[in-house]
Design a protein around this ligand. Structure first.
Ligand code: F6P
Length: 297
């Protein structure tokens, strides 16, 4: 089955929003394969250097979302402010156009993350207002994962430009695999160090690439494991709520996994700032519970 057929039972405007991201992903895929990996000479709203590829990918997403005619407001991790796109649009879209872009020059997998929120704007909303979320991975294969209110489905980009369904129903169960982000926090965060010891002493398989999208995607494909990115005083959590954490938490929870910001589900964290950063633990339910127990003692 291809992507438009899979989406055909969803409301028409939602189909348009999702297909806009799928089209953007195809174009970004082309740029990653061939464009320069040099810096753009600018910084994003978080003070991080932007690559030319970040800027290109960002532009592609805005253009496709505007063309869809159903997105009222769009917010990108590369921009400090949200943009008004379509007057009367039904949804708002948040996205990280090229997550992990510093991994492109070393040829590791990177991704695009997106969330589609009901209504106009993000402030005061929680991940429960997401009506769909997904991501793409640019690796040996380019895949597009979409969750609309039930288990996520994976599509793989074909040479003719079509998206072919490759995993119909992604499901997360239990199993010993860990992807530990921000390990430098262990110098101060002794609870995280204790959790790391637990994983190391109990036969867990380490699978960490440094790119949040592939690191979480493996949990969905292998059906097990945990991704964590807590912080410490000098190494605070840096992952953003609306561009990265809430959309990925939505996908993981729809697959039967769990998410946490150490207070509850990440889907219950209220958006108070577009640049809000949060602790994230996502994956198998028992592993997320264990993370919370270790990190909140
Ligand atoms: O948000 C960007 C990102 O590249 C994530 O994909 C990844 O999990 C994280 O940063 C890794 O950051 P660091 O190497 O600084 O811990």
């Amino acid at each position: 089955m291809n992507l438009p057929d899979h989406l055909s039972s969803a409301p028409e405007n939602l189909q348009k929003a999702i297909l806009a991201f799928a089209e953007a992903v195809k174009q970004i895929d082309g740029k990653i394969r061939t464009a320069e990996t040099s810096e753009a000479g600018s910084m994003n709203s978080f003070g991080e250097d932007q690559l030319k590829l970040d800027v290109l990918s960002d532009r592609i997403c805005f253009t496709e979302l505007e063309k869809s005619g159903v997105i009222a407001i769009a917010g990108s991790e590369e921009q400090s402010e949200e943009k008004v796109l379509t007057e009367g649009g039904e949804f708002s879209a948040s996205f990280d156009p090229l997550d992990g872009s510093s991994l492109v020059d070393v040829n590791l997998a990177v991704g695009t993350i997106f969330g589609i929120w009901q209504g106009k704007g993000f402030m005061g909303k929680t991940g429960r207002d997401l009506v769909a979320a997904g991501y793409a991975i640019y690796g040996p294969r380019t895949t597009f994962i979409i969750a609309i209110d039930s288990n996520p489905t994976e599509f793989t980009l074909q040479s003719d430009g079509n998206w072919k369904m490759t995993i119909e129903k992604m499901e997360i169960n239990e199993g010993k695999m860990f992807a530990p982000g921000n390990l430098r926090a262990c110098a101060e965060n002794k609870e995280y160090l204790a959790l790391l010891d637990f994983w190391s002493e109990n036969g867990y398989q380490l699978r960490y690439s440094g790119g949040m999208v592939p690191d979480i995607h493996q949990i969905l494909v292998k059906g097990k494991g945990i991704f964590s990115y807590p912080g410490s005083e000098s190494c605070p959590p840096k992952l953003r709520l609306i561009y990265e954490c809430a959309p990925l938490a939505y996908v993981v929870e729809k697959a039967g996994g769990a998410s946490s910001n150490l207070k509850g589900s990440l889907l219950d964290e209220k958006v108070e700032d577009l640049n809000q950063r949060t602790v994230i633990c996502v994956g198998s339910k028992n592993e997320v519970d264990r993370c919370v127990k270790f990190l909140t003692v």
